[in-house]
Ligand binder design. Sequence first.
Ligand code: ACO
Length: 367
Amino acid sequence: MQYAHITGWGMAVPESVLTNDDLSKMVETNDAWIRERTGIRERRIARENEFSSTLAVDASLKALEVANLNPNDIDLIICSTSTPEYIFPATACLIQDQLGATRAGAFDLSAACTGFIYALNMAAQAIRSGSIKSALVIGTETLSRFVNWKDRSTCILFGDGAGAFVLQASDNPGGVLSAVMHSDGSGGDLLSLQGGGSRYPATEETVHDGKHFIRMNGHEVFRFATRVMAHATHEVLETADLLLEDIRWIIPHQANIRIIEAAARKLKLPMERFVINLERYGNTSTASIPIAMVEAVEKGQLKPGDKIVMVGFGAGLTWGALAAEWTGPLPPSRKVYPRQYQAAARLRSIWLRIVRFVEGIFWGRYE
Ligand code: ACO
């Protein structure tokens, strides 16, 4: 029997900080309102040369270093994102190329803020089935590119960032223990970004109507979130045959402190049992859970042997939870050089493009 252990982790956020005071110069709002209603103080905003893939690559390299793996040790890359760089190719393929993960299959997963839980579960299932040995699971977002900076009800909430986990097969029990995934598409209109897809391809009219911006019914999303967080937590514990008392940390999606407080009340747990960092990053959607976890590990809060529950909700509507036992890196078997590998990957990518171009000149015609 194979178990899927989380053996590497990394995060990356843009350096550029946007505070509540900065926002109050852009829309009619103020620091006190935002902090009281959401708990957010500031968020990170990607610069022009930062994208969902570049943040993901930064986070992934750190995760590979922790796991003591080279990019070509990875069998599968799942990139969870709602802000892919293109409709296609998949952002996961851009990451695969930038890392030089030459053996990996790569695809994007779209389940909004719940995406990281879905992706982790998919990768863990692939490992447990024996079909792969290692996976890189990434949550990455550049939501700032899709926020209407004139809409005070949404622009205060979101931020950019990425988190990545390496999952590896091991005979030792532990790692991902159980997961639950849910959806309710009847609530799709409560939180959406409609422009640029096949229903509303980009036209002057769609841009004029602001269809390329995030639209949200905050009240309804809030109500939905407070309903599902505690329920999904109980459900995942039941499937893992665990009790709430067995759990050291709950890592919730970092959307709004009031949503987390409501979940804590329903679970009858003190807030100290929740990992929370939304005050510094805002809602980074699918990246929020891995970023919060990486910070918790780096602060020494999360220790090997700790049992944890990640729980999230988001557009779709989607929601879900995943229970895991934290293990840490497997014993190193050799020295690896993921960063040097990545530098070589750039040259490899350029070389492959040149070869393709030359081949196209000589053999590209169909007679
Ligand atoms: N600054 C000042 N006032 C504001 C602001 C603002 N930024 N935004 C709204 N207001 C005003 C409203 O206009 C309203 O005024 P009115 O009473 O005169 O009409 C008043 O403040 C109260 O507004 P509400 O919408 O009732 O405020 P609420 O307490 O519900 O908070 C919020 C709004 C923060 C958006 C909340 O509803 C929320 O967090 N919802 C969940 C959103 C969420 O988590 N989304 C992400 C989901 S995950 C994903 O998939 C990306």
